[in-house]
Ligand binder design. Structure first.
Ligand code: CUK
Ligand code: CUA
Length: 623
């Protein structure tokens, strides 16, 4: 039943429109749309028949689940959950040695912003980066396997919060922080906030082997909060921008809300120049990191005044402009890179803040846009024609507008309170248009009730025509902040892990499955295959591991099935451990046999008709 929805956020009846658009297509006769691009009904536009695949992958941040959610677009079917910063028993993530070490003892994270690796400003489909606001980490995922390959604990920082912030050729991933803390996180009184606290931006790189993340250098910024950021493109490729708030340097939240300055700043920096400064030794060593102090080393970093409390900042696909919006002001402001570079060249500053030159608002601003009654602008995406799509958190809508003229072209209500949106190939130099997914914070009455707390919601918007149209909706677990959408054929996954004959822990031949004892260490070189475990090929019972209480046990398990999708699991009853071995993969789990007794072993991943029979015993002789 379609009933009139009341939007708590806006008081506007926009919910009614969205509900009509959504429910109208599924409960009534298929509606023919007037969109020029297609005469299909909305239901037909999002229906991907069995056997066919979606056109795009959407990688959505899982927020405080610490995971990444992978969706197909246009169906909005969830395909995969990839654990990144949190443990995940479904995949054994955090139990096997490699992932346990990567998690570094943390059991959760808050993943906000995924960003694809880029070549010439285009997503290349190779890697995905992500940041953890909760425990100050950054991760890189390999898209050949959809798995996390490395996690870096970023020193000297608290709460890296970046967005789509990879440079054109993935030279750097920049991580500005949401919280300012004393360098090294040591104790300092909040009375000394302005002198002892800093907001640190880290420049992170992927090493030559493309397996490890490293900090190249850091910049000690003023004690403000740094929010969103974006890298330049084409002519602005050497530059990057990030938004700030709390430039008043308030030390309690109440004060931040009460004494809001009229303007905050966008930090504009030239990373090529910072790179040069580091090469010339213009930095100080802080806890082993190369730290640039802008008040001592001039150049490369500038401030641009912007409407108060900006949240997002986004660079247009042509690299000419950056758009920032004061989330407490209705204004969308378009700034010009060319004008900014000109002002920098002329040293045309209005003064300094914390030792950093401030550019004049009027000399960098290109235009201000104020869509009537639109409130709470957060983030902007782009289509193939250079048009911008800005989410309005408070008035619960997406506004389409032209950054070159400031003309507002269309508005569509979403349910409700969108944070980011994600356009097809939206952060590249050549977005596809076609689709935009609005990542809504509040679903309210969209889905079957699940109690007081409701899911978040994603709404798919057809942006191919002049008018936007909401054509699909899906509930989603907490909590997508940002997402990136990539053309599906750019990602080349593998079916089976290749054999690595140099890996001493791998066992590829059944007769080499063995148990070796060194003192109180027991090493099991085992095989998992349809549908049995072989731990010791020479033993009377090949699927039994027998140890003494207190032994230190290493199980190196190789999946010897070389067919795609034949994944095996390995769990021991009551030992609180479960690992996974994907086809061809070798994984190790290490633990102490601290409980004497008889414990069944079983494969947790349904792998064949005889999966239920894929068991064994773990026998622990009492001391
Ligand atoms: S943030 Cu959540 S809506 Cu982390 Cu990009 Cu703007
Ligand atoms: Cu192997 Cu189930």
């Amino acid at each position: 039943m379609v009933k009139k929805a009341v939007t708590a956020a806006s008081g506007l009846a926009v919910g009614f429109l969205a509900a009509t658009v959504f429910f109208g297509n599924f409960s009534g006769p298929a509606k023919t749309t007037t969109t020029a691009a297609s005469a299909k009904s909305n239901a037909e536009k999002v229906y991907v028949p069995f056997g066919q695949k979606d056109e795009y992958y959407l990688f959505a941040s899982g927020g405080h689940s610490g995971q990444l959610f992978v969706y197909g677009v246009p169906s909005l079917r969830q395909i995969r959950t990839i654990p990144v910063f949190s443990t995940d028993s479904a995949t054994g993530y955090g139990w096997d040695e490699e992932t346990k070490k990567m998690l570094g003892g943390y059991t959760w994270g808050d993943l906000h912003h995924p960003a694809f690796s880029e070549t010439n400003g285009d997503y290349d489909g190779k890697y995905l980066f992500a940041t953890d606001v909760a425990n100050s980490r950054a991760a890189v995922l390999d898209l050949k396997t959809f798995t996390t390959k490395d996690i870096l604990q970023v020193p000297n920082t608290s709460g890296p919060h970046c967005a789509a912030f990879v440079t054109q050729n993935t030279e750097y991933l920049f991580l500005p922080t949401r919280f300012s803390v004393p360098l090294g996180s040591k104790y300092e009184s909040l009375d000394d906030y302005s002198t002892k606290y800093r907001g640190v931006m880290s420049a992170v790189t992927l090493d030559k082997e493309k397996t490890k993340l490293n900090v190249a250098y850091q910049v000690a910024l003023p004690p403000w909060s740094y929010d969103l950021s974006d890298a330049g493109k084409k002519e602005s490729a050497d530059w990057a921008v990030m938004t700030t708030y709390n430039t008043e340097e308030a030390t309690t939240n109440l004060e931040i809300n009460a004494s809001q300055a009229d303007r905050d700043y966008i930090v504009l920096f030239n990373w090529k120049e910072l790179e040069k400064m580091v090469k010339e030794g213009k930095y100080e060593d802080v806890g082993g990191q190369k730290m640039i102090f802008p008040e001592k080393q001039k150049g490369g970093i500038y401030l641009v005044p912007v409407a108060k409390s900006p949240h997002g900042v986004d660079v247009t696909p042509d690299g000419k402009y950056f758009i920032a919006s004061g989330k407490l002001a209705p204004a969308l402001t378009v700034f010009s890179f060319e004008k900014a570079m000109e002002a920098v060249k002329k040293q045309d500053f209005s003064g300094e803040r914390n030792g950093i030159p401030v550019l004049k608002y009027e000399s960098v601003m290109e235009r201000e846009v104020n869509p009537q009654n639109a409130l709470g602008p957060l983030h902007t995406q782009f289509d193939d024609k250079g048009m911008a799509y800005t989410t309005m958190f408070i008035s619960s809508e997406v506004v389409k507008w032209n950054p070159k003229t400031g003309e507002v072209l269309d508005r569509v209500p979403v349910q409700y309170s969108p944070g980011h949106s994600s356009a097809a190939e939206g952060d590249t130099v050549a977005p596809d248009g076609k689709y935009l997914v609005s990542l809504n914070k509040i679903a309210k009455d969209s889905y079957l009730s699940v109690g007081p707390s409701h899911p978040e919601s994603m709404q798919l918007i057809d942006i191919a025509g002049k008018k936007m149209e909401v054509i699909q909706s899906a509930p989603v677990n907490p909590e997508p902040h940002y997402a990136q959408m990539i053309k599906a054929d750019k990602i080349k996954t593998i079916n089976v892990y290749p054999k690595d004959e140099n890996n001493p822990l791998a066992t590829y031949k059944q007769d080499q499955a063995r148990i070796e004892r060194k003192g109180n260490e027991v090493h099991v070189y085992g095989i998992a295959m349809r549908s049995k475990f072989i731990f010791d090929s020479k033993a009377k019972r090949q699927d039994v591991i027998e140890v003494n209480e207190g032994d230190h046990v290493f199980i190196h398990l190789t999946n010897n099935d070389r067919d795609e999708d034949i994944t095996h699991g390995f769990a021991i009853n009551k030992y609180n451990l479960n690992i996974e071995v994907q086809p061809g993969q070798t994984n190790t789990v290490e633990f102490t046999a601290d409980k004497a007794g008889t414990f069944p072993i079983y494969c947790t991943n349904f792998c064949s008709a005889l999966h239920q029979e894929m068991t064994g015993y773990f026998l622990v002789k009492p001391k």
